[in-house]
Design a protein around this ligand. Structure first.
Ligand SMILES: [Mg+2]
Length: 395
């Protein structure tokens, strides 16, 4: 069964999906103070919206087989990703069968090496790859988890990323991860506030509930080591993405010089087996690839194998069903992330809402991965989408 068409769409408006940051104002993810690599500039300190975190938006890819069956997937990438898919990657997909996942990834990756390797280009490849896996499952009548090794546990334990760990605990999540408010530019006062917040949530959640801080690339090794030391009394389980993704030497420093065995974790902005090889060599305890960014499911399966050989955990970043189908097949993934996307993080809403129909959500902290074919969700027909690059490619 051959693939006859690939179509890339952008999804209009805020609050729509795969780009979590494309939210209307007032949402905790855009409106609370969260440390970022831009926090050193006062004009971009207050919110992540201010420096353009939602600028790309969602790209949705459809892959159609000759019998009319359509698979789809989404990523963060917007119009530029749609351009790459329509004008470059499509040629490596049309005419193949959905079983050819290895060949398609290899050709898309190698053909874009001269401008790609990381970031937006690999996001676009990831969406095509996941759409092909979705189509493959639909044609075979099998869920993706069944095609990549089967379930290794009945239900997937989930942790919550949230500014309200107390509510996450009440909802049954096995752990909660809090966005770190302040970075090095806020000086000693900011560090004190970060530690006070940790103390407050430790006190509220009791001594045993696992807590973590997510630093979203905002820190320096020196600051991270000071923060780690100050967090010691509050027994945080891990500290995530302290440093910019290219600072592998910095991650090695954190692993070697931390004053207590808090896990060093990172990887949501890392790409392909090559990037993760660099990261794994630093000795971090857990990597957090995003399947819709890191190279797709085809590449994530290779990354998982590399991590498993080092006893490194793989707890995928966000990404809803694309992560759920992976996590349930993975011995290296005892828990996975659920982003609390309700504006005040006070109730459970589907992570990519309202993009999908039938998007599963955790119940009492566990996710039941659906048995429906492919990734098991349909694109919401009420969502407006636009195909910006239909037609012949430019020279
Ligand atoms: Mg994170």
């Amino acid at each position: 069964m051959k693939i006859v068409d690939v179509r890339a769409y952008v999804v209009g408006g805020a609050d729509q999906g795969a780009d979590y940051h494309a939210q209307s104002s007032g949402h905790w993810i855009t409106s609370t103070v969260i440390a970022t690599p831009m926090s050193k500039y006062p004009e971009y300190q207050k919110t992540r919206e201010s420096f353009g975190i939602g600028v790309l938006g969602t790209t949705m890819v459809e892959v159609e087989a000759e019998d009319g069956t359509i698979g789809f997937a989404v990523t963060t990438g917007g119009v530029p990703a749609a351009y790459l898919i329509e004008h470059h990657f499509k040629r490596f997909v049309v005419g193949r069968t959905p079983d050819d996942t290895e060949m398609m990834f290899d050709q898309m990756y190698n053909a874009s090496l001269f401008y790609g390797r990381k970031g937006l280009t690999i996001n676009a490849i990831s969406a095509v790859d996941c759409a092909v896996w979705d189509l493959r499952g639909r044609l075979r009548g099998e869920p993706v988890w069944a095609m990549i090794g089967g379930k290794v546990r009945e239900r997937q334990p989930m942790y919550a990323t949230t500014p309200r760990p107390d509510l996450a605990m009440q909802m049954g999540f096995m752990a909660a991860k809090i966005p770190l408010p302040y970075g090095p530019a806020h000086g000693d006062d900011g560090l004190t506030e970060n530690v006070k917040l940790a103390a407050r949530w430790r006190e509220t959640c009791g001594p045993d509930f696992p807590l973590a801080y997510d630093c979203w690339m905002a820190l320096t090794p020196e600051y991270a080591l000071r923060l780690i030391e100050a967090l010691k009394p509050y027994r945080f389980k891990w500290i995530e993405e302290c440093l910019p993704p290219d600072d592998y030497a910095g991650y090695r420093t954190l692993v070697a010089q931390r004053s207590h065995p808090i896990w060093i974790t990172t990887g949501e902005h890392e790409y392909t087996r090559y990037g993760f090889e660099n990261l794994l060599a630093t000795g971090v305890e857990m990597i957090q690839p995003d399947v819709t960014w890191c190279g797709g499911l085809t590449e994530l399966l290779k990354i998982r194998g590399m991590a498993a050989a080092r006893d490194c955990l793989v707890a995928p970043h966000g990404s809803s069903v694309y992560s759920y189908h992976f996590a349930i097949t993975s011995q290296a993934t005892p828990f996975a992330e659920f982003l609390m996307m309700a504006p005040r993080a006070d109730r459970i809403v589907p992570m990519f809402s309202p993009l999908f129909v039938d998007e599963p959500v955790p119940v009492d902290g566990y996710l039941d991965v659906p048995d429906k074919p492919g990734f098991g969700v349909e694109f919401n027909p009420r969502i407006e989408r636009r195909r910006p690059f239909e037609g012949p490619r430019p020279r």
